[in-house]
Structure formats: structure tokens, C-alpha cells
Design a protein around this ligand. Structure first.
Ligand code: AMP
Length: 588
């Protein structure tokens, strides 16, 4: 495929502010794809060359890209830097240089999608000595044959500045439309994607196997499954209601969620966000080799640091030090981990996800041998509130977060937040007890004292999985330090876009719109009705946060689709108003 098809699609995507149009633009590109190149399009759309779980990142810094631009178009570095200052985007710099160069060399080899993808893939996977120069050469090779528009996007990809904001659901919907005729097959594709969290592979499988084939996709060892998520509640009664009067209550450990794959001696460890973390947990990997029996298995557990002397668990801040501060070896020595396994999804060729929880749990209890590191999550079976309450209290007493109740009859529901798992946590009762994870969709330039930072506040949104959009719920201006304000501006400028993103629904304007990409955690005093915000819009008003303040910086562990959802917001609103609401006043 001519790469021009791709760059023209990118340009159309960049211009649209309608989500449905976004789907149809994508769909027409997918219709032109073949089973040998569709995965390339899917990855490039999201600025990648492989699924996130592979850890394969193109990762070229600005300096390297500048060098490549300078060599490809025969201008010196100073000129590239000068243009960069002027245009503020290396993609535009390359575009401009490519258009002036075009007049000099009329004949160049046509640039294909395959060629661009292959070179970028090699750049991403090259290592070792001399790699840097080879990477630049590979990049020059595709840049020099680029049309101006091609150059714009080719340069933005390795810098992570494509800013198209094409989420997984958007891709799935467009694939459904292109391959099966309309958007209604998204759920079937999504089911395959939940088992094999690699969009490129799903696209290829869908093309190769068709609709029937895609329905039968099963997990694959080495490729992560999208994790089941828990609903939350503040009522033990509700737990019993939702689980039909009887449930399993498990201790909720506050550590790292790990999805572990084993095939003989080969071990893969994935985080909740499905990043490959095998290197960070050599101690867990060797415990798995020692203690986990089946030859081939995919299971899940929570790893948490504990004090070997007292047997007490450490808070999350200590567990996470493995990621932040220390070298892995040192952390493993100082803060050994225990792994509490809580589910098993695949074993020796069999997809176990459709079995009811009880059956999976009894398999889980047989896949391990006793040892120092791995044991099943503690659990009880409860039929009444008193039993749940006692278990909850005993967990909290031991420094755990709370409990997770599980519906005994429910399958493992990959990739979704359903009532099969319900978390009940210890809450610090502030006015509104829970925090919200919100997506940044734009920002306001600072005024007054904030002018020096260039950012005075941000517009944030909840996620609405029903139509795959982000609906605004608050402007947040407090909770950031001065350094954070400047840092936030720098980070957001890298993903700024000229108009509201098509997946964002907003009734208010901002100074700068951004791609919906980053999540922050926010605490507020109250949820109120508001005519300004679009979250839970009922035709007249939506829901908004009163006195919101940031309690985290950008969350590295959450993507935009992991943000608090509209339904969760409504749930929180209802809970807060349960006493206040008089009949007829509330539409929810
Ligand atoms: P939350 O992170 O608050 O949404 O709560 C769900 C998380 O609890 C999961 O993603 C796991 O990381 C963690 N967790 C701890 N213990 C368990 C357990 N026994 N079963 C399932 N999840 C658990």
C-alpha cells in the first residue's frame, strides 16, 4: 500500500471533530488493507509498531530525529533547529523541508506502508553498539522518499506526537465496519481482543478467520489477557444482592497486580496495564518455576511487600519502591514479595475463563506447591453481612485494603468491570469518600500569578464506554505544586491539538485542547448537577465536581479508558444523595 493512503487518512483524522466521521475515515482505510498489512496500520495509528505488551517502542529522541531530518533533506542542523523554533513541531519542519526538496528531486522511489513500517520496526528493535547511527540511517531512508505530508507523520510517530487519540474501541468499531459491514460487530471483536490484547493481531485474525473464527479466539500463552475489573460498593448488603446471596470474599491486597504466564521454564509477567514486567520480578519468576505445577498456565495474583520478621504487609508506597527508587536486586532483598494468587484463566491448552469462579478457584488451589512466596489469596464463603463484616475487619486490621467479593457462578470476564467482582474498601471518610480518575482534555493558560507557568487549570472528563467518549466533569486548578504546573504545561503541549478532540464531549471551551491521553486522580467535596458539564447529561444538566483538587500527578498506570466512567460517577452521586433525594427530583 502506498504510504500516501495512510498519511492522507491521518490528515483527515486530524481535521475531524466528529467521532462517527473518525470511524468512517478509518474504516475506508481498513477496507483497502490486506491481511499482510492491516496490523501495520493498526499499530501506526496508535504511534506504535507492536502491541504495548511487547514493550517494543520506537523511542527516538528529538535530537536523533533532527539529525535524520537534516541528513534526509540536506540542510544543516542549525537550520532544522531554527525551523523547529519557528514552527514548534518537527513534523511540520520535515513537511516543509520535504516540499522544498521536491522541486530538486522529481524522481524518488514510491514510499510504501510496508517500507515505513519495516524501517520503524527495525529502529524499535535494534540494540547494541552503533545502533544509534543505523537507526538514523533507517529513518533517513524513509524520510528522503517522503511526500511532504508523509514526512509530517513519519516524524511525529517516533516522537509519540501523532495526537490522533485513536483509542482501542475506535479501532475495533472501524474494523467491524470495514470487515463485517457495519459497526455492530465491535463486541465480538472486543471479546477476541480481551483474550489476546494485541489489536494488530486481532485485526489480522479477523481478516484471516472471518466472523466465525474470531468468535472462537482463546488466550495465548505469552500474550496478556485484558484483566477483569471490580465494581465498587460501600454496602455489604449490596454485595450479597449482586451475588445472589452467597459469595466468596477474598482479602484485597494492595500491591502490584501481576498476570503471569508460564510455558515450561519460560515466564512472562505482565502488569495490570499489560506491560511486560518480567525483568522487574526475578524473584517472582523463580518462585513460579519452583511452586507452580502445570506446564502451561496463565494466572493472576497480587504481589505485595511484607516484613519477614513480623509477617506484616507493607503499604503500597513501599511495594512500589521496586519500580521507582532501587535497583531490582536490592529491592528484592530488602522488601521481599509475597504473591497471593487469585485466579487462573488458562491451563494446558484449555481456556478456563468460561468456568464459574468456584471451579477456577479449586483449580487454582491445585496449581501450586507450598513454598515461601506463592499462596492463594485468603478467602471465606459468606452468606450474610455479619460474616462479611468480620472478615473485612480482620483484613483491615492486618493492614490490608479491604475485601473483594466474587460471584461464585461467574466466569472470568476479561477486560470488563462487572459485578462478578466487587471491591469493598476501607475509606477515609472525607466529604466525598472516593477519588476519581479523570482524563485531561484541555487546559487554561494561567492568569495573574499563574501566568508565569503558562497553565492555570485543566479541564477533565470521565470516560463513557457506551459511546467511547470523554465527558467533562470539572475544571481543576488546585492541588498542583508550581513545578507541576510548568511540567504539566510542557507535557500537555506535546499533545495539543487545534480543536476539541472528536472523542471529547464538552459544552465549555478551553485555551488549549489536548488529545485525551493522560489521567490524574482528583478529590472533590461533592458531586452536583451542572448545566456546564456533559457527564451524565440528561438534556438539561450533567454532573460536576464541587471543589475538585488534584491528588496525583499524571498517572503512569492508567490510560484514558481506565478513567472513572459515567456510570461510576452516577453511582457516586446517588450514594452521596441517597438521603437527600426526594422522589421525582432525580432522574437517575
Ligand atoms: P482497584 O485497584 O481498587 O480497582 O481494585 C481492584 C484491584 O485489586 C485489582 O486490580 C487487583 O490489583 C487488586 N486485588 C487485590 N487482591 C485481590 C484479589 N484477591 N482478587 C482480585 N483483585 C485483587
Amino acid at each position: 500500500m502506498d504510504f500516501r493512503e495512510v498519511s492522507h487518512t491521518f490528515q483527515r483524522l486530524e481535521r475531524t471533530s466528529e467521532r462517527l466521521e473518525m470511524i468512517s475515515i478509518l474504516s475506508s482505510l481498513f477496507r483497502k488493507a490486506t491481511k499482510d498489512n492491516i496490523h501495520m496500520i493498526v499499530y501506526l495509528l496508535q504511534g506504535r509498531v507492536a502491541a504495548p505488551y511487547t514493550g517494543i517502542e520506537i523511542g527516538m529522541g528529538e535530537k536523533m530525529v533532527e539529525e535524520a531530518i537534516s541528513r534526509a533533506f540536506g540542510v544543516n542542523r542549525d537550520e532544522v533547529e531554527r525551523l523547529y523554533k519557528e514552527l514548534g513541531d518537527l513534523g511540520l519542519v520535515a513537511e516543509q523541508l520535504a516540499s522544498s526538496k521536491k522541486q530538486m528531486t522529481l524522481f524518488s522511489e514510491p514510499l510504501t506502508l510496508e517500507r515505513v513500517y519495516t524501517n520503524l520496526y527495525r529502529i524499535a528493535t535494534l540494540g547494541g553498539e552503533g545502533a544509534q547511527d543505523t537507526k538514523i540511517r533507517l529513518f533517513v531512508d524513509i524520510l528522503k522518499d517522503s511526500e511532504p505530508l508523509d514526512a509530517r507523520y513519519i516524524v511525529r510517530i517516533p516522537l509519540g506526537r501523532l495526537r490522533l487519540g485513536v483509542g482501542d474501541a475506535t479501532v475495533l468499531e472501524a474494523l467491524s465496519d470495514a470487515l463485517f459491514g457495519d459497526r455492530s460487530y465491535r463486541e465480538i471483536l472486543e471479546q477476541a481482543y480481551n483474550y489476546v490484547s494485541d489489536l494488530g493481531r486481532v485485526a489480522k485474525m479477523a481478516m484471516e478467520k472471518g466472523l466465525e473464527g474470531i468468535k472462537n479466539v482463546s488466550p495465548i500463552v505469552g500474550i496478556p489477557i485484558r484483566p477483569a475489573l471490580a465494581q465498587r460498593t460501600e454496602s455489604l448488603e449490596e454485595i450479597l444482592e449482586k451475588t445472589g446471596g452467597e459469595c466468596s470474599a477474598e482479602a484485597k491486597y494492595d500491591g502490584f497486580r501481576l498476570q503471569i504466564h508460564k510455558k515450561g521454564d519460560d515466564i512472562w509477567i505482565f502488569s495490570r496495564r499489560l506491560e511486560n514486567m518480567t525483568g522487574m520480578f526475578p524473584d517472582i519468576a523463580s518462585a513460579v518455576r519452583e511452586q507452580i505445577i502445570p506446564e502451561e498456565v496463565i494466572f493472576e495474583g497480587e504481589a505485595i511487600a511484607y516484613n519477614e520478621n513480623t509477617g506484616e504487609f507493607y503499604p503500597f508506597q513501599i511495594t512500589i519502591q521496586r519500580k521507582r527508587k532501587y535497583g531490582v536486586e536490592k529491592a528484592a532483598e530488602e522488601y521481599p514479595l509475597k504473591l497471593f494468587i487469585f485466579d487462573v484463566m488458562y491451563m494446558d491448552g484449555k481456556n478456563l475463563t468460561s468456568l464459574p469462579y468456584q471451579e477456577r478457584r479449586s483449580i487454582l488451589e491445585k496449581i501450586y506447591k507450598k513454598g515461601d512466596t506463592i499462596e492463594p489469596a485468603e478467602r471465606i464463603i459468606a452468606k450474610d453481612v455479619k460474616t462479611l463484616q468480620d472478615f473485612f475487619e480482620s483484613c483491615v486490621e492486618r493492614g490490608l485494603e479491604g475485601i473483594i467479593a466474587k460471584d461464585l457462578k461467574s466466569p472470568y470476564i476479561a477486560g470488563a468491570r462487572k459485578w462478578a467482582w466487587i471491591k469493598y474498601k476501607r475509606v477515609m471518610r472525607s466529604k466525598l469518600s472516593d477519588t476519581l480518575d479523570l482524563v485531561i482534555v484541555g487546559y487554561y493558560k494561567g492568569r495573574g500569578k499563574r501566568a508565569q507557568f503558562g497553565l492555570g487549570g485543566i479541564l477533565v472528563a470521565v470516560y463513557d464506554p457506551k459511546d467511547d467518549t470523554f465527558k467533562t466533569v470539572a475544571k481543576v486548578g488546585s492541588g498542583f505544586t508550581e513545578e507541576q504546573l510548568s511540567e504539566l504545561k510542557r507535557i500537555l503541549d506535546e499533545i495539543s491539538i487545534p480543536h476539541k478532540h472528536p472523542r471529547v464531549s464538552s459544552r465549555i471551551d478551553v485555551d488549549v485542547w489536548v488529545e485525551p491521553k493522560y489521567v490524574i486522580t482528583v478529590l472533590a467535596d461533592e458531586i452536583t448537577r451542572s448545566p456546564n458539564h456533559t457527564a451524565a447529561w440528561d438534556g438539561e444538566r450533567g454532573l460536576a465536581l464541587r471543589f475538585p483538587r488534584a491528588v496525583s500527578f499524571i498517572r503512569e498506570d492508567k490510560g484514558p479508558e481506565d478513567a472513572t466512567t459515567v456510570d461510576e460517577l452516577i453511582e457516586m452521586y446517588k450514594r452521596q444523595h441517597r438521603e437527600k433525594v426526594t422522589e421525582g427530583e432525580d432522574n437517575y
